[in-house]
Every structure is written in structure tokens, then in C-alpha cells.
Design a binder for this molecule. Structure first.
Ligand code: EPU
Length: 419
């Protein structure tokens, strides 16, 4: 199994390009199931989750081509089955995103129920309830969701809690429903807006994406379009923390500061100097030790749960103590035990981690448990004394494009080894 070896202590310097957003490209690839004609998607990040989604669509019979620049073309005219197998869904929960599109366009779908995962139980009850409200027949048997509907009907959907993929699944389903659907308490994440923009380019009639009420007027059919995926705000945030934790000075290109204001505010409080333009962000932390910062995760526009582990790493070596509260997922502190093995002073009480900064972390062999936890361990390794070995890095390859190459380009001493 591949590992990453990191020699800590090198302040990062230089420029790096941010890739397209994982959590935007996955629903956009699922949305191609709604299109009558071919679709071209650009700014696709080279990630394992993208490969998995292509496999999922390919197994259904969708024709897919990908060029050397990671532009993907899809054509659903060859589709033969409406089935998402457990083998695929168990490796990527976002596979559930094919449910709404398949049902809306083809009238039936069989999708494996995603199981538990390293960060919480993550049920999909709100996806299913929403589709039922739109007239779908849903049965769960032998671990599979069996869904059917002649044509979905517009419905008024009030979500009990904010769910990103739940909002996306229902919004996609509603584009081809008969009549108008309203999703209240909708997720406002930029990736939901990016998906809505793509659907609009395909001919959907959607208003209010980016707010907590989305209105979708169903149309008869959607056509293919060309669409370029939004920048990845979590990759952006991860590189910003990499600079902050190492006392570095870097510039991120092809990203947008407006996507991560809550993260930039926290970095400012930690003592970083940040400047930005429409499509770049620069962070300077040269010669400074970060200050501790309290934070609480919550749906967008609040502080993202997908940046919690990285900020835990930052707080490990910051001056002072802080409380980090995770309010989105029930079990997202798996990185803490690994950081403790590197000398971090962290106590977890319920859904809050109390972090007291230490002067330095010490390298250790550590194991990644999920995508963002892996990123946080790499960050800890960048500042630890000695050589950190991060195991189970297949998690990182799911969601970060060439992370070690990008970090190495910024001067980090990091390399991938086969065993
Ligand atoms: N929830 C329910 N029932 C549902 C749906 C969600 O109880 O039917 C709960 C979840 O268990 C969780 C909360 O609602 O406690 C929010 O979950 P949400 O549905 O928003 O998460 P998701 O859509 O499964 C997406 C991202 C995650 C990100 C979360 C929160 C994608 C493909 N995944 O997941 O990304 O953490 O939103 O922002 O968009 C990652 O990239 O590392 C990642 C985990």
C-alpha cells in the first residue's frame, strides 16, 4: 500500500494552481444522466472519486471519453441499465447522486444503500422522503433502494436538516418533474449553485440556488451543454493552512476568495496576512506562529466541516488554547488520536475538541481514516520534527489532485513510496 513520507520544517513558498471542485464535479457528472445529448465537462480534477463515478456511469452503458486535459464527454444515448452496484457505492457514497436523475428521466433506479462511514452514520432518509413526496415508489430490499415513478410531480419539500447531496439529488429530480418544486432549508454550498448553473445551461428552470429556498419549474427535457467546474474551496483552504502551519508565503491561482470567506476570516484571526483578487489568494505567515482560534462547523456559509481536521492541525502548534466544535458529523475526530501520537495536546469532549498548542510536533507513523483526516495528517507532517509516514493514502487520492506534487512544487519535502 502506498505511503507518503514527509520531512517537516520547510516553510512553503511559491504559486500553485487550484483544481476543479470534487464536490461539484461529482453531482455534475451524475446530472449528465438527465441530458438528451452529449455533454462536455471541463476543469475536471484528476481524482479517484471521478474515476469511480465514470465507472458507475460506464457500467450503466453511458459512453464516456476523457482527453489528456481531463475534459470529459458523456453521452447517455447508449444507456442500458439503471443500476448502481454495492461494489461502487461502498467506495463512494456520492454514488447516491444518480438516484434522482435516473428516476426523473428513465422512471426507475436501483441504487445500493450506502453503508456507514468513517465520519458518521450518514443516512439518506431525506433523499428518499423527498423523492416519495414527488410521487416515487420507494422500497428498500436486500440493501438496495428500488425506486420507480411514471413521471415525478412537483412538490413542496421542507428539509429537516441541511443536506448537500440531498438538496442536489432532489433538485436534479425536480428538473424533469411535472410542475413546480420548492426545496426549503436547502443547502447553500457553492457546489449546489454550481450544479444548478450546469442544469440551467442544460435548459432547466431553477431559481434561488445559493439561498435556502430553491424553486424548480419542471421542463420536458434537458439537452447537453459545455460546462466548466468551479474551483475547489476545500483544496484552497487546505493549501492556505499548509502555508500558515509552516510559516510560509504562497499564492493560489484559479480559485475564488468569495467561496471561503469563513475560512479566510479564521486565518486572519490566526495572524496570517491575506490578500486576494477575483481569482487568486495570497497568504503570508513568514516568521510567525499561528494564534489559536475557536471554531464551530456548520452548513455554508459557516465554517465547513471539510476544513475542521486541517484547522485542528493548525491549532496543534498555535499559541494558546481553543475549542473546535463539530456540528455536522457525529464522528469526525478520528485524526485526533493520530495527532496525539505526534505530540499534540488535544482532549475530545463530546463533539468538541479542546486543543492546546504545543511548541512542536514530532514525526510518527500515522494512518489516514478519511479524506480530510488524511489532509490534516499531511499538514501536521509538514511542520513536525523528523520524518512522518502517512499510511492508507488512498483516502487522499479520492479528493486531492496530485497533492504531493503540488506541495513539493511549493518546496515541501514530501514523496510517495510504494510500501
Ligand atoms: N443527513 C441525514 N439524512 C439525510 C442526509 C443527511 O441525517 O438524508 C445528515 C448527515 O448524516 C449529516 C448531515 O445531515 O450529519 C449533513 O450531511 P450532508 O447530507 O450535507 O452530507 P453529504 O451530502 O453526504 C457532502 C459532501 C461532504 C461534506 C458534507 C457537508 C459531497 C459529495 N460530499 O456530503 O464532503 O462533508 O456535504 O458539507 O458533496 C468530503 O469532501 O470530504 C466530504 C465528506
Amino acid at each position: 500500500m502506498e505511503k507518503l513520507l514527509i520531512e517537516g520544517g520547510k516553510p512553503l513558498q511559491g504559486d500553485v494552481r487550484i483544481s476543479g471542485a470534487k464536490n461539484a464535479v461529482l453531482p455534475i457528472l451524475a446530472s449528465t444522466l438527465l441530458a438528451e445529448g452529449p455533454m462536455q465537462i471541463a476543469n475536471v480534477p484528476h481524482l479517484q472519486d471521478v474515476t469511480t463515478t465514470m465507472e458507475l456511469l460506464g457500467r450503466m452503458g453511458v459512453s464516456l471519453t476523457i482527453d489528456e486535459y481531463m475534459n470529459i464527454e458523456t453521452d447517455t444515448s447508449t444507456i442500458q441499465e439503471f443500476f448502481a452496484h454495492y461494489d461502487v457505492v461502498k467506495t463512494m457514497r456520492a454514488s447516491i447522486l444518480v438516484l434522482g436523475p435516473l428516476l426523473a428521466r428513465f422512471g426507475h433506479a436501483e441504487v445500493s444503500l450506502p453503508g456507514g462511514c468513517a465520519i458518521g452514520s450518514r443516512p439518506v432518509n431525506m433523499h428518499l422522503r423527498g423523492l416519495e413526496s414527488m410521487g416515487a415508489n420507494i422500497e428498500v430490499k436486500a440493501g438496495y433502494i428500488h425506486a420507480s415513478a411514471k413521471r415525478l410531480k412537483g412538490a413542496h419539500l421542507v428539509m429537516d436538516m441541511v443536506t448537500v447531496t440531498g438538496t442536489e439529488n432532489l433538485m436534479m429530480a425536480a428538473t424533469l418533474a411535472d410542475g413546480t418544486s420548492i426545496i426549503e432549508n436547502a443547502a447553500r454550498e457553492p457546489e449546489v449553485t454550481d450544479l444548478a448553473d450546469c442544469l440551467i445551461a442544460m435548459g432547466a428552470n431553477i431559481e434561488g440556488a445559493g439561498t435556502d429556498t430553491i424553486t424548480i419549474h419542471g421542463v420536458k427535457e434537458l439537452k447537453g451543454c459545455n460546462y466548466s467546474v468551479l474551483a475547489d474551496r476545500i483544496e484552497t483552504g487546505t493549501f492556505l493552512v499548509a502555508a500558515a502551519i509552516t510559516g510560509g508565503h504562497i499564492k493560489l491561482k484559479d480559485t475564488q476568495p468569495k467561496l471561503l470567506e469563513s475560512v479566510l476570516q479564521k486565518l486572519d484571526k490566526a495572524g496570517a496576512t491575506i490578500s486576494s483578487g477575483d481569482n487568486w489568494i495570497e497568504i503570508d505567515m513568514t516568521g510567525r506562529r499561528p494564534k489559536s482560534i475557536n471554531l464551530r462547523t456548520a452548513p455554508y456559509p459557516a465554517f465547513p466541516t471539510d476544513m475542521q481536521a486541517q484547522f485542528t492541525a493548525l491549532n496543534c502548534i498555535a499559541e494558546g488554547s481553543c475549542a473546535i466544535t463539530e456540528s455536522v458529523f457525529e464522528n469526525r475526530f478520528m485524526h485526533v488520536q493520530e495527532m496525539q501520537r505526534m505530540g499534540a495536546n488535544i482532549k475530545v469532549e463530546g463533539n468538541t475538541a479542546i486543543v492546546t498548542g504545543v511548541d512542536h510536533l514530532t514525526a510518527a507513523p500515522v494512518m489516514a481514516t478519511d479524506l480530510r483526516a488524511s489532509a490534516s495528517l499531511i499538514l501536521a507532517g509538514l511542520v513536525a520534527e523528523g520524518q512522518t509516514v502517512v499510511d492508507r493514502i488512498y483516502h487522499i487520492d479520492r479528493g486531492y489532485e496530485c497533492i504531493e506534487e503540488k506541495l513539493a512544487q511549493l518546496g515541501a519535502k514530501i514523496r510517495r513510496v510504494p510500501h
